[in-house]
Write a protein that binds this ligand. Structure first.
Ligand code: SAH
Ligand code: TMP
Ligand code: ZN
Length: 408
């Protein structure tokens, strides 16, 4: 796996500010008989001294992460299902309103977003290299190209389907190291007055909430409005709108258009000013963040060891990709956390990457309730708390570690 010290966007110098050491592939849930063959890499992030893009120092080959067995499905959260239905309705009422409009989604996964657009009879195409989830999307009536989106696939789509009025990507652009090829494809495919809308975890929120576990192999980039604006400009595109989103622990939805086609909203310059004022690109801010992660580690591991000594039962909730960083960096294994429960069928019966905590179905949580639950899926806290009211009522307590270690 190539190690880089230059920016993947502009070739500027990268300055490393956090190193989680040796980590497994975050979504590779292993069968008990396969634990010998795990792949590891060094998980570390740096910031570009020129364009301020925060990115991983090492790249994992894409086929190792996104393939037939990719287990993550968008439909696993009811909040996300509503989130995607809502953005789809918004597109249908705006950019997709005219005659024979065309929408493309990059990272269409199980078709949760495109389903609404397909149901409305609007021309669309999902692009996703993970064949298993792609098949689920097709079963919902969604048209899918099982492939990596990049310049070459964009050229093929342009030849077959023509320009797109909307190109959308949620939690996908930050997964793609080769953005040069992707942006060439987008600039080619986007209709003159079309929009490219993408949403990803916001680096400003990662710093503000100490959500260090947003950093894992699949998240190659950690965007800010400033770094996205600079990125867009390299391809004749312009950042014209930003919206803060509450999902996944804090995201920003960026809208890009061909340069000069739309007037950028005030929100863009306001967010960039806010980023400058809070010092998101300053090395001292980044180093303070890194130190805070180590403090959280000491607190959480100390707490889990105390609970174990007291003979309490502790399980984890949500076998998230981001919990691979927490478990492996902090050294949390089955000795401290008995199992992790998760609703995703493809994860159940397997072991978490690296630390090998058994993954069990959601029902294991209630049967019987543990004394403590470590909330790995903290980004879905509201939804989970509402669903698991009985846990606290039975005397159980939630353990969180973002932004700080708390028991409640
Ligand atoms: N958009 C969904 C899925 C996010 S998971 C949601 O927000 O819930 C990221 C998805 O990106 C995976 O399904 C993965 O297969 C896909 N992906 C990775 N690289 C890609 C690429 N180059 N082009 C299109 N999709 C890609
Ligand atoms: P995510 O953080 O990448 O969205 O992953 C969330 C994981 O948590 C996913 O594996 C599904 C799981 N999950 C549950 O097990 N129960 C729940 O109620 C929710 C919302 C998620
Ligand atoms: Zn750069």
């Amino acid at each position: 796996m190539p190690a880089g010290s230059t920016c993947r966007i502009c070739s500027g110098t990268l300055r490393e500010f956090i190193d989680f050491g040796r980590q497994p592939l975050s979504n590779r849930f292993v069968r008990p008989e396969d634990i010998e063959g795990e792949t590891f890499f060094r998980l570390a992030t740096g910031i570009c001294e020129s364009c301020t893009m925060v990115q991983l120092m090492e790249e994992v080959p894409r086929e190792l992460m996104f393939n037939e067995d990719y287990p993550y499905v968008s439909a696993g959260s009811s909040v996300m299902r509503e989130h995607f239905a809502s953005i789809a309705r918004r597109f249908l009422n705006t950019h997709l309103k005219g005659e024979d409009t065309f929408a493309i989604e990059l990272g269409s996964n199980d078709g949760t977003m495109l389903r609404t657009i397909a149901d409305a009879g609007v021309r669309h195409l999902g692009v996703d290299p993970s064949g298993g989830v792609g098949e689920t999307a097709r079963e919902q009536g969604v048209r899918v190209l099982v492939d990596f989106f990049e310049k070459e696939s964009a050229e093929r789509i342009m030849a077959e389907d023509g320009p797109a009025n909307v190109i959308y990507a949620a939690n996908t652009l930050c997964h793609i190291p080769y953005l040069d090829s992707v942006f060439q494809g987008i600039a080619l495919l986007l209709a003159k007055d079309g929009v490219f809308v993408f949403e990803d975890p916001y680096f400003g929120d990662v710093l503000r909430r100490n959500s260090f576990d947003q950093i894992y192999d699949e998240h190659y980039y950690y965007f800010t409005a400033r770094s996205v604006q600079a990125l867009a400009a390299r391809y004749g595109l312009e950042l014209v709108e930003v919206e803060r989103l509450p999902v996944h622990g804090g995201e920003v939805r960026y809208t890009l258009a061909h340069a000069g086609a739309r007037t950028p909203s005030l929100a863009v310059s306001e967010l960039i000013s806010e980023e400058d004022a809070s010092g998101v690109a300053k090395l001292e801010t980044l180093e303070a963040f890194s130190a805070k992660v180590d403090a959280i580690r000491d607190d959480l591991v100390g707490l889990l060891k105390d609970l174990k000594e007291q003979g309490k039962t502790v399980v984890a909730y949500g076998a998230t990709a981001k919990s691979a960083t927490v478990a492996n960096y902090f050294g949390i294994g089955p000795d401290l956390v008995e199992f992790v429960c998760d609703t995703t069928p493809a994860k159940q019966g397997r072991l978490t990457p690296g630390m090998h905590i058994p993954v069990r179905p959601a029902q294991a949580f209630t049967d019987p309730y543990p004394d403590y639950a470590l909330l790995f899926a903290w980004n879905h806290a509201e939804e989970i708390m509402a669903k698991e009211e009985g846990f606290r009522a039975s005397g159980g307590r939630w353990i969180r570690y973002v932004p700080d270690v708390t028991v409640s």
